[in-house]
Design a protein around this ligand. Structure first.
Ligand code: ADP
Ligand code: MG
Length: 748
């Protein structure tokens, strides 16, 4: 039995009393050893990797040669799948899945909620002829297309309940897989999700379109250097940060359960100031959990490689080997699901929220992004001599130029309520978009701008010699690390660090792909104009790129992104600092955004506006939920604890008086007054908040409502928290009902 279940069982013999839940969770934790489910044996990971995935290896076994070839072409070369092939794939897929014990199948898609969606159907169909047993079956039609109701998902105005039809359509470029729970196995088929009229209602459709547009634009540019390139793919290696808390303590915190973050809680004396959690030895209970979810992930073909403690207590990170972008993103979403499931088995809860705890680091999802040719060449690899490597410089400079042109859109791609708490705080990148190149590449760029290609500009891998002969010489990287840059270049890829840990990356990556694609297309046009005027191709490439560097200098920043000086400097450079989400989201529907999304066929105006609306809506709704939880917790947890404490103090006061200890009694009185002052202040704030809410609720435009929530409502959450946290520090610990930060963060 696991901690969380035990907690419930333990409770069933008691009156369910909220005031006990904190102590109960703590008692359960320390009295009974947690059962560990991970029994890893000595299996090699290579022996289980992908065993629940209908990948090319499984396809080879289950599909006829010709069908297999068509699937391989679709996956590797983007070829379209005809109905006859789909028919055969459906047969093979069903056979494979049922051989492995799957009884149900589902399309697995990514609606605008930000999480994934699924609806299971059984393979088994009873026969209409009652003398014949029914059988398992999957038709091509079922593989290709299913029909969920579209009005029940966020659609931002694209669908209404009377125009509700929506379709999910199979995405063959991401492998189907089997999800296993305690007693069931289900085949998951990755799918896009569109409306009856063909508009995308999900995150995957525009992402796939953007990959295709990027492919075409980048391939055309590659042809200046290598005519044999057929395709270019975007690659993604994400790093997922998360917190882990004990499930019993989690359940005793309504704010964590309902909003994903703590709305209250004073920072413990020891938080992250000793810097002793990052890369520290992984606590036993957490390591066991990690081994368990990793094993599950390998089976699902997610190539996890890295695990470590992150900076904040209770915070961790995992990262896979990078993959083709669409598949990589599906794997990220799948992993988040797997982690939550496995955590529950371990009596733990995973927090993906960007800022579950105030005052310590928040969580991001760094998107390591690059582009590679079908010949396997990473187009952002600088090689030994970047200053003379025109192929590399072309892509490197164009990405920088794209960020310079479309940085506001990039910011919009990571604009959520959760991320608003994180950006700019505790080492997270600021809300100002800039590019970190590192000083060596900055020099390479400035040399290139003034004199063109350098004969030799070796990245000069410096050696660090410690002077201890036994220790091997260490090589210095060409670029240092900058944890405060939202978009650093890290050796042979860019790392979009501003993405929030709970987000579906697809939104941010659709924007990134599209803007780089547009930039590359503009580049090709600029170069071809010069070639058309008789300029040599080599000279034309250099001249255009030199101009781009001059255009883009303002976006390059290699200093501390969180300093006040940078905010000021960025303002002078004309870079936007969109701190609030509604403000940042505006770039999603700017003329610039509308133009590049529609001209590249990625999203039309209606689709873009729908997304904008959904995100404003989510912002308002999520904050509204936070406000309700805050009110309820203050009224039912925090103030009652304060009142109990006041009663205790007043008994104390009476007693002291009776004993004639007036001086001591006066101190108790002062303490009581202090508690009461915070109580009164909290009550006033609640009353004012409720008036503000009334005013804001009467606004008719969603845009205005979101802006007002940000400007007028959000400050109340902070102000009320401040008072409540004072009370937490004053009130007798025995009377305090909510698990405290030290328990949430330090009990492992
Ligand atoms: P760090 O950022 O800590 O230096 P790594 O260099 O190992 O770590 O890379 C972090 C992530 O970047 C990993 O997921 C890795 O697979 C990914 N990555 C490495 N090369 C590429 C690439 N060419 N394209 C996309 N992601 C990449
Ligand atoms: Mg990294």
């Amino acid at each position: 039995m696991f901690a969380a279940d035990r907690c419930v069982m333990y409770h069933s013999s008691w009156e369910w009393d909220m005031s006990e839940i904190r102590y109960d969770a703590l008692r359960t934790l320390s009295s009974v050893p947690v059962e560990r489910t991970a029994k890893n044996g000595n299996q090699k990971l290579s022996s289980i990797f992908g065993e629940k995935v209908f990948n090319l290896i499984a396809m080879k076994e289950y599909l006829a040669e010709g069908v297999y070839q068509k699937m391989a072409d679709a996956i590797q070369r983007n070829a379209r799948i005809d109905v006859e092939t789909a028919e055969n794939v459906a047969k093979g897929l069903k056979k494979w899945a049922t051989d492995l014990g799957a009884t149900h199948y589902t399309h697995w898609f990514q609606p605008l909620t930000g999480s994934t969606a699924e609806k299971h159907d059984s393979f088994f169909k009873p026969s209409l002829d009652i003398t014949v047993q029914g059988m398992e079956n999957l038709s091509a039609a079922e593989l290709i297309q299913l029909e969920p109701d579209a009005s029940s998902f966020p659609h931002g105005g694209l669908r209404s309940t009377d125009k509700a039809r929506g379709y999910t359509v199979w995405d063959p470029s991401s492998y189907a897989f089997i999800m296993e729970t305690e007693n069931s196995k289900t085949l998951y088929i990755p799918a896009v999700y569109i409306s009856y009229t063909g508009e995308s209602l999900d995150f995957k459709t525009p992402l796939l379109k953007s990959c295709e547009v990027l492919n075409r634009a980048a391939t055309a540019v590659c042809h200046y250097f290598d005519s044999s390139v057929n395709n270019v793919i975007a690659t993604l290696g994400w790093e997922q940060e998360y917190f882990i808390v004990d499930a019993g303590l989690y359940k005793a915190r309504p704010d964590l359960m309902i909003t994903g973050r703590t709305l209250f809680g004073g920072k413990p004396a020891r938080n992250q100031q000793l810097e002793d959690h990052y890369f520290a030895s992984i606590p036993e209970r957490i390591q066991t959990f990690m081994a368990d979810f990793e094993k599950e992930s390998y089976r699902l073909g997610i190539p996890l490689r890295t695990r470590h403690n992150e900076v904040a207590p209770g915070q961790y990170e995992c990262a896979p080997m990078f993959e083709e972008l669409n598949m990589a993103n599906d794997h990220n979403l799948l992993l988040m699901d797997v982690m939550s499931r496995v955590a529950a088995r371990h009596g733990l809860a995973v927090l993906f929220h960007e800022k579950p705890f105030a005052g310590v680091n928040g969580s991001g999802k760094h998107n390591n992004w690059s582009i590679a040719t079908d010949r396997g060449k990473n187009l952002l690899s600088p090689g030994e001599n970047p200053g003379s490597n025109l192929y590399f410089l072309t892509f490197f400079i164009n990405v920088i130029k794209a960020v310079n042109e479309y940085g506001d859109m990039l910011r919009a791609g990571v604009a959520t309520l959760g991320n608003e708490h994180r950006l700019g705080a505790n080492e997270a990148p600021p809300a100002i978009i800039s590019v970190f190149t590192g000083s060596q590449l900055e020099t390479v760029l400035s040399t290139f701008k003034s004199v063109g290609l350098a004969a030799s500009s070796s990245l000069g891998r410096d050696i660090i010699d410690l002077g201890v002969p036994r220790i091997p010489e260490a090589e210095k990287d060409a670029t240092d690390r900058n944890r405060t840059s939202p978009f650093p270049f890290t050796g042979n890829k860019f790392e979009f660090r501003a993405v929030g840990s709970s987000q579906n990356n697809a939104q941010a990556l659709t924007i990134l792909n599209t803007m780089v694609a547009q930039q590359l297309a503009d580049f090709k046009r600029d170069v071809d104009v010069r070639i058309g005027q008789g300029e040599d191709q080599h000279d034309a490439l250099i001249a255009v790129l030199q101009g781009y560097i001059a255009d883009s200098e303002r976006i390059i920043f290699n200093g501390d992104g969180n300093s006040a000086e940078w905010a000021e400097e960025a303002r002078k450079r004309g870079l936007k600092n969109a701190v609030s989400t509604p403000d940042a989201l505006k770039a999603l529907i700017s003329n610039q955004a509308r133009t590049i999304f529609s001209s590249n066929g990625i999203m039309n105006d209606a689709e873009l506006t729908a997304r904008y609306n959904v995100q404003l809506e989510q912002y308002v709704k999520k904050m509204d939920i936070e406000v309700r939880v805050c009110e309820e917790m203050v009224r039912t947890h925090i103030l009652p604890a304060a009142f109990d404490y006041v009663r205790k103090l007043s008994d104390n006061y009476d007693g002291l008086h009776r004993m004639g200890l007036t001086k001591a009694a006066d101190k108790v009185k002062a303490e009581t007054e202090l508690v009461i002052s915070h109580v009164e202040r909290t009550r006033e704030l609640l009353e004012d908040l409720s008036k503000e809410l009334d005013a804001v609720h009467h606004l008719t435009s969603l845009e205005e409502e979101a802006a007002q929530y940000s400007a007028r409502i959000k400050p109340y959450l902070d102000a009320i928290r401040l008072e409540a946290d004072h009370l937490e520090r004053l009130v007798d610990d025995n009377l305090w009902k909510l698990p405290k930060y030290r328990e949430l963060l330090f009990i492992r």
